[in-house]
Design a protein around this ligand. Structure first.
Ligand SMILES: [Zn+2]
Ligand SMILES: [Zn+2]
Length: 298
């Protein structure tokens, strides 16, 4: 399908007025075409704005226009980082620790959402959510404003919240979990553009081949965050060097991702390494129901 055809169908797709065959072809195109994917984001943002203008009858039109076009931002210091936060009345919209200053953060926000920001004190509950997230604690979905994100971005970003603290999952696992197994690169793009690092833990998503992979704030920071959450970074590194992707227990005959809580309880003498899920299955091991490692293999 060509970009021009995709763009004419996108709004019909958003409102669900399209047959499933066209939908699949468009999704396939969006996986491979960042520019069309971006157009979808813009369109969804515009649709959200239109919806917000229709509702909230108690406010004056001017107030409604202002609060729907202008989100707010604030910053605070936490453990040596200057944390920049954008938020709306519906919750958190963007978190950043790499902005050089106020105008840099506003520019980053404008690029990501096409909207302006005005300075306002961060509400106590927003700030607490961000602080908790930076300690690796889970944040309720109601603290987050997902408007302006595509359906795919939302799926991916809510799915990675299920990766437990102290554990990691491959990009391919995320792609399978959102039922788009071929969209591994698109998952990578969502991670790279995650507007709320820490809050939506993209740092827990890593390459299948091992290592920690890319991170908006650099691989060293990713290692540091994972280590602080209790992920076995050194073990993962050494297994990756040996080509080991899964570990099983000789007593339970169950295999796991190496960072799975269950895998880490396997005693040294019972530990069986696997290079692939097929290898594990061939030897009569079944996949752990907790970390679902079979979803990582093609
Ligand atoms: Zn395109
Ligand atoms: Zn497991």
């Amino acid at each position: 399908m060509q970009c021009r055809n995709v763009l004419t169908h996108i709004d019909a797709m958003r409102t669900d007025e399209i047959d499933s065959q066209d939908r699949d072809r468009i999704r396939q195109h969006l996986d491979d075409c960042p520019s069309c994917e971006e157009s979808v984001t813009d369109l969804e943002g515009f649709a959200a704005l239109a919806r917000s203008l229709r509702h909230s009858p108690s406010e004056s039109l001017a107030e409604r226009v202002c609060s729907s076009v202008l989100d707010s931002y604030d910053s605070f210091d936490l453990d040596g980082d200057r944390v920049w936060v954008a938020f709306s009345s519906a919750g958190l919209r963007m978190v950043d620790i790499a902005a050089a200053d106020e105008s840099d953060f506003r520019e980053r926000y404008r690029k990501r959402f096409g909207r302006e920001l005005r300075r306002a004190p961060i509400p106590e509950n927003c700030r607490k959510s961000v602080e908790a997230a930076m300690l690796g604690l889970p944040i309720g979905l109601d603290a987050i404003d997902f408007s302006g994100l595509t359906e795919f971005e939302r799926d991916v970003l809510t799915t990675i919240r299920k990766i437990p603290r102290g554990e990691v999952r491959p990009y391919a696992w995320v792609a399978r979990a959102v039922r788009r197994p071929r969209a591994i690169r698109a998952v990578g793009n969502v991670m790279a553009n995650n507007p709320m690092p820490f809050v939506l833990p993209c740092h827990r998503v890593v390459p299948s081949s091992g290592g920690v992979g890319n991170y908006a704030f650099g691989p060293d920071r990713k290692r540091r965050v994972l280590r602080s959450e209790g992920a076995p970074i050194e073990l993962l590194d050494s297994l990756a060097r040996e080509g080991v992707r899964f570990v099983g227990s000789a007593t339970t005959r169950i295999y796991c991702f190496p960072s799975c809580r269950d895998a880490r309880r396997i005693r040294e003498e019972n530990r069986v390494p696997f290079r692939s899920a097929e290898d594990a299955a061939r030897k009569g091991f079944r996949a752990c129901l907790r970390c679902m490692p079979e979803t990582a293999s093609a």
